[in-house]
Design a protein around this ligand. Structure first.
Ligand SMILES: Nc1nc2c(ncn2[C@@H]2O[C@H](COP(=O)(O)OP(=O)(O)OP(=O)(O)O)[C@@H](O)[C@H]2O)c(=O)[nH]1
Ligand SMILES: [Mg+2]
Ligand SMILES: [Zn+2]
Length: 287
């Protein structure tokens, strides 16, 4: 039995790289399926190289639902300034998962070569609403700050199709040679060029995961009441509300709503909070 890391998962096959750097295409043992435990990219596994079967998944440090990936410590939320325009709600969704898992989040805005000054100023205003580190970049830039942030950690690049995740990774390390695809001029969206998540080693140390773009909505596995704790700019205020179990929606003397009125909490993020809250409530009703 050997140990390795799942570097790619697709159609029931898992590419496992062992510690010598050799990659074996494996299936998962039936008992894992029975336990409803599917290996994810990023999983440490024990596998039989002769039978080409994954026998055991080692305990996960972290686990993301979408994109499905295990053991990453950082999510780089990639959005393009235009073509396609930024989906800020998707960013919040990803960052809620980041907080839930105790990971770090970075927002990376690409394609700034396509933006005029006004668009840049507007985007800077919005991105400041997010209490996360953010970077602006364009194809061909060196991205020194991003490189430093990725060193010796495992980071997943996530965001809609066509925003330039694979392009950005290629710019960090050209020998990744990842396939990239034009944004459809008719639909204004990417064409889902990257088909499956792929884990790649950085020469300077660290791992990165390229993932397929997604836009479809999904629901988090969490209670509506837990949500405000996953918005860092609200979490610190919750204790100051008049009601201990304040949902920050209609209650009087709500410190969060007060902070929104004073724009300490950005109205956009508060709007995202309300939308997600409703979604989680709907989900609880169905249970
Ligand atoms: N002008 C400009 N175009 C860019 C930039 N980054 C990426 N692109 C283009 O945007 C298109 C989509 O890039 P990809 O890297 O394939 O996007 P992706 O996020 O990996 O998309 P999926 O794999 O479908 O999720 C390609 O035509 C890229 O050349 C940029 O900074 N500036
Ligand atoms: Mg891609
Ligand atoms: Zn409140």
């Amino acid at each position: 039995m050997l140990e390795g890391i799942v570097v790619r998962a697709s159609g029931g096959f898992f590419a496992v790289r062992d510690d010598r750097g050799e990659v074996t295409l494996c299936r998962a043992r039936g008992k894992l399926k029975k336990e409803k435990l599917a290996p994810l990219v990023g999983d440490r596994v024990s596998f039989s190289p002769r039978e080409k079967v994954i026998e055991k998944i080692h305990p996960r440090r972290t686990c993301l639902l979408r994109p499905p990936v295990a053991n990453v410590d950082q999510v780089v939320v990639v959005l393009s300034i235009c073509n396609p325009p930024p989906d800020w709600f998707l960013a919040t969704r990803l960052l809620v998962q980041v907080e839930q898992q105790g990971m770090e989040g970075i927002i990376c805005i690409t394609k700034i070569d396509l933006a005029d000054a006004e668009m840049l100023a507007e985007t800077r205003q919005v991105v400041k609403a997010f209490p996360y580190r953010h970077l602006f970049t364009a194809k061909g830039r060196e991205n020194r700050e991003l490189k430093a942030a990725l060193k010796d950690r495992c980071s997943v690049f996530a965001g809609p199709s066509g925003v330039g995740k694979s392009t950005l990774l290629n710019s960090l390390q050209p020998d990744f040679d990842l396939e990239t695809g034009e944004v459809s001029p008719r639909l204004g969206r990417g064409r889902h060029t990257t088909r499956a998540a792929m884990l790649l080693p950085l020469k300077e140390g660290g791992l990165v995961v390229d993932t397929p773009g997604f836009t479809r909505l999904w629901v988090e596995k969490l209670e509506a009441a837990e949500l405000s704790a996953l918005f860092p700019e609200m979490a610190s205020l919750a204790g100051k509300c008049a009601f201990r179990n304040c949902t920050h929606r209609r209650e009087p003397d709500c410190a969060v709503r007060e902070a929104v009125a004073q724009e300490v909490v950005h109205p956009l993020r508060y709007q995202h909070y309300l939308l997600l809250y409703e979604e989680l409530e709907e989900q609880e009703k169905k249970r």
